[in-house]
Design a protein around this ligand. Structure first.
Ligand SMILES: [Zn+2]
Length: 138
């Protein structure tokens, strides 16, 4: 089946553990070993203290909906997720925020509330690319 969205191209070595983790249904986050804070997206320096002393942790996959919008009109033809869908900023329990989609919920503001608990679900796009989406926590 053809992926319903443009494929990311995970070329940078600093993000490889993130993409490898998703293929194993693990949400991995870089964590600074000097200040202790996890962060997202992966990069070579801690965004909090600029340390290069980094490691990886497996996130719980739990978080809350920080913000969202409902997309009714597809402006990019290569993005073929059927509208309406929910573009969501997720705040993970570990602290970092990530942009994703909220799925398995009616795309209606009467049903979607900021701060609602959410959990990760994994969507396999190809044999080498899996992405994290989120659904209401069960
Ligand atoms: Zn740090």
């Amino acid at each position: 089946m053809e992926p319903n969205r443009p494929l990311p191209t995970p070329l940078t070595p600093e993000a490889k553990p993130y993409w490898d983790g998703l293929n194993e249904h693990k949400l991995m986050l870089p964590q600074c070993q000097d200040c202790g804070k996890p962060f997202f997206y992966p990069r070579i320096l801690c965004p909090h203290c600029h340390s290069r002393n980094l490691t990886w942790i497996q996130a719980s996959g739990k978080g809350k909906l920080f913000s969202f919008e409902i997309v009714y009109q597809q402006l990019n033809r290569s993005f073929r997720v059927p509208t309406p869908y929910v573009l969501a900023m997720i705040e993970l329990d570990e602290g970092p925020r990530m942009m994703s989609n909220l799925i398995n919920i009616e795309p209606d503001p009467a049903h979607i509330k900021c701060d609602m608990p959410v959990e990760v679900v994994y969507e396999k796009l190809t044999d080498s690319i899996t992405i994290p989406l989120f659904q209401p926590a069960r």
